[in-house]
Design a protein around this ligand. Structure first.
Ligand code: UDP
Ligand code: MG
Length: 318
């Protein structure tokens, strides 16, 4: 095994046969050569069913700086990325898509930021993107809802195009959870971060393999893995309903039965029953939320995240 390079590039690829050669020889390699640093590229073949694995094997056979991690089947981009990060040996690790949408011409800017001290460099897409209406508005709605309600924060349009320092990478490798969103985990880690805007071009070839359905699943997963707030929300609603029906119920009882209905409201039996039922519904909601809090605690415990993460290179005397 040769000496660890300065830069590791992790590229998950799934059925990218139509574009991967152009990506590598036409874009990534020229950018890395121009950068003039030692590097390795780790292509993670995420169980492609086309010639992708063959193509990256051929790329790697001709160049010892290129490595291929072939997954036994399709595990999805998040896990493929993780697999690549586990293989990386560089002082800095840059994660990027293999379809050209994370332009290799930007690599030097990530490295510059890292050189000036950033431990995490987050690529954020600029606003003027050409994407489908559903994806565009869906993602806007997601970030708005997420940031307003989840209690965690996510930068809109932030991507997996990220550079992490080796210290951050080692901390990342400690995450044991199965349902994972790479960028959310990196966000959770913290460290000294810098945001870098880039313009995302169209794919080199082929179609995005993330369907709208998968994106919805990703959104739900990020939400669930990062946030416990929605669980409490329904508890509050329940509490409100119970309190209101209690007040109304008491008012009606006093007005109708103790004072003999001086306001002539003539509450019927079904109205009273209605009030009683909403009182019970409120109780049910509250107890559900109680249960949810227990589930949340179990959830958090089973996630098994580290209790804290030290920023060693910013600590003194450790
Ligand atoms: N990808 C992967 N496994 C999958 C789906 C996608 O490794 O199951 C890779 C894909 O080859 C590409 C990157 O993840 O390099 C982003 O995928 P895509 O372009 O389909 O998604 P989008 O551009 O919509 O984020
Ligand atoms: Mg893409």
């Amino acid at each position: 095994m040769s000496a660890p390079p300065l830069l590791s590039i992790v590229v998950p690829v799934y059925n990218e046969a139509a574009g991967v050669n152009d990506f590598h020889y036409g874009h990534l390699l020229p950018a890395l050569i121009e950068l003039g640093e030692t590097f390795e590229v780790i292509y993670v073949d995420d169980g492609s069913t086309d010639a992708t694995r063959l193509l990256v094997e051929m790329i790697a056979a001709a160049d010892e700086r290129i490595r291929v991690a072939a997954l036994a089947r399709n595990f999805g981009k998040e896990i493929a990325t993780t697999a690549g990060i586990h293989q990386a040996r560089g002082q800095a690790t840059l994660i990027m898509d293999g379809d050209g949408q994370h332009p290799p011409s930007e690599v030097h800017r990530f490295v510059e930021q890292w050189r000036s001290g950033a431990q995490v460099v987050v690529g954020v897409r600029t606003g003027n993107q050409r994407e489908g209406v559903v994806k565009k508005w869906g993602s806007r709605a997601f970030y708005a809802l997420f940031n307003a309600t989840s209690g965690a924060e996510m930068i809109p349009r932030s991507t997996d195009f990220r550079l992490i320092d080796s210290e951050v990478r080692e901390a990342f490798k400690a995450f044991p959870e199965r349902q994972r969103i790479t960028r959310a985990l990196i966000d959770w880690l913290g460290f000294d971060r810098v945001i870098l805007e880039f313009e995302s071009p169209a794919r080199i070839a082929g179609e995005a393999t993330y369907s709208v359905r998968q994106l919805v699943k990703l959104a739900v997963n990020s939400y669930v893995s990062l946030s416990l707030k929605p669980l409490y929300f329904f508890g509050w609603v329940g509490g409100l309903i119970t309190a209101l029906s209690l007040i109304v119920g008491l008012a009606v009882t006093v007005e109708q039965f103790l004072l003999g209905d001086p306001l002539q409201l003539n509450f019927t039996g079904s109205a009273l029953l209605g009030i009683f039922i909403s009182f019970l519904v409120g109780l049910v909601l509250m107890s559900q939320a109680m249960l949810a809090v227990y589930v949340a605690h179990v959830h958090e415990q089973t996630q098994g995240r580290p209790l804290f993460v030290l920023n060693r290179s910013r600590s003194v005397g450790l």
